[in-house]
Write a protein that binds this ligand. Structure first.
Ligand SMILES: C[S@@+](CC[C@H](N)C(=O)[O-])C[C@H]1O[C@@H](n2cnc3c(N)ncnc32)[C@H](O)[C@@H]1O
Length: 381
């Protein structure tokens, strides 16, 4: 019987439903949705599949221990009592990230240091040598959360955040990361069919994530994961899981994608992402202004996040008005717009028929759905 592990899988606030659906499809058990994530159980290889397949998750955390920390000494004792020799050797490196709320400890850095001390002391006592610390690329990345008297300590299967798919050479400064974009598509029920248009595509995040959904391509195929360096890594199981994922890719999808932007720099970044993600056969990029650019045939899906700023400017208002013009040219499309500023949506001159609250980076956003009726071509709501 494979051992059951407890997993805690965080996501962007508001995307818990999409993540729960993804986890269910992966065969997660005992699922419970929490604010900003889902907890569940599965065996060791479930963690591998979760890293490879989850589109909306940020991390896959395997909970190693949950215990009470009522006085300072409890932390060291409880951590040292865990069987670390199963998870780390003296030749490995570790890093501990801590978050602390309402605890006997007030300083997260100190908590992280005590956890590290307890682990290395246990390994040194057993093996005569100890693992060292590598804050940037540890073999064993750990997260401890102290909340009131309760502690949860987990190893991070992925290492780097799952939004880093590998198709973006530089992380552009955008509040919309790859996992959030994919989670929004799933939340909206994107089904990977028909013509998909992003008329303000920026660096093409929606386009690439949507194309990968349409092709049934696992989002983690191009990157490395921390668990492949662990003492309990099951290489054969991982080999099979990757092989199955490669077999599932459907490059022959009939879905098509068009991205438009008026900014040449954005289109250069978008083309780099499209090429790196290997979706150039189905994603086309065009230079144009949303106010006047028109799709070659009626789009089935429109998905976009227009610019927004802390203050309204004429330029930003004009972008939203231009998007309104564009949306009115797409009757019957399933149109979704991500907005980080309520004041701007009125410039679309359209009424949303559905809204989801999502937190993108530090910003409270809303995903708005518009179904444009045929007759609304004169700018009236
Ligand atoms: C917030 S960014 C989109 C970010 C994008 N989702 C990504 O993955 O990087 C908004 C984009 O809208 C573009 N834009 C603004 N007004 C436009 C207009 N009238 N027509 C076309 N593109 C426009 C900007 O050049 C910018 O790249």
């Amino acid at each position: 019987m494979p051992t059951t592990h407890h997993y805690d899988i965080p996501c962007t606030l508001g995307l818990e439903g999409a993540l729960a659906d993804e986890l269910e499809a992966l065969g997660a058990e005992d699922m419970r949705t929490r604010r900003g994530g889902v907890v569940c159980t599965g065996d060791l290889t479930f963690g591998y599949r979760a890293c490879l397949w989850l589109r909306s998750a940020i991390r896959v955390q395997h909970v190693l221990g949950e215990f009470e920390v009522l006085q300072e000494k409890d932390l060291y004792d409880e951590v040292r009592a865990l069987p670390w020799e199963q998870w780390i050797t003296p030749d490995d490196t570790l890093a501990v990230h801590a978050t602390v709320r309402d605890s006997v400890y007030t300083h997260a850095g100190f908590v992280a240091m005590r956890v590290k001390d307890a682990i290395v002391d246990r390994i040194r006592a057993q093996e005569g040598r100890r693992p060292s610390v590598d804050k940037k690329t540890p073999t064993l990345p750990l997260h401890i959360r102290l909340n009131k008297g309760k502690a949860s300590l987990a190893r991070d299967f992925a290492g780097e955040s799952l939004h880093k798919r590998g198709y973006r050479p530089i992380q552009v400064k955008s509040p919309l990361n790859e996992a959030t974009a994919a989670g929004l598509l799933l939340t909206a029920g994107y089904d990977g069919t028909g013509l998909f248009v992003d008329p303000m595509c920026g660096s093409a995040t929606f386009l690439v994530e949507a194309a990968w959904i349409a092709m049934d391509r696992a989002p983690g195929l191009d990157r490395r994961f921390a668990f492949t360096n662990w003492p309990d890594f099951d290489r054969d199981a991982w080999h099979d899981i990757v092989g199955e994922a490669l077999d599932r890719i459907r490059p022959e999808t009939e879905a098509r994608f068009i991205g438009v932007d008026r900014h040449a720099g954005a289109l250069t970044l978008a083309q780099e992402a499209v090429d790196a993600a290997d979706v150039g056969a189905v994603v086309k990029l065009e230079s144009g202004d949303a106010a006047t650019w028109r799709a070659p045939r009626a789009p089935d899906w429109v998905f976009t996040n227009p610019p927004w700023g802390e203050r309204l400017t004429e330029d930003v208002e004009a972008s939203w008005a231009a998007l309104g013009e564009f949306l009115r040219s797409c009757p019957s499309a399933n149109a979704h717009v991500l907005s980080g500023n309520k004041e701007l949506t009125k410039f679309l001159k359209l009424k949303a028929d559905k809204k989801w609250e999502v937190r993108s980076g530090p910003i409270d956003c809303r995903l708005l759905r518009y179904v444009v009726r045929e007759k609304a071509t004169n700018g009236t709501p």
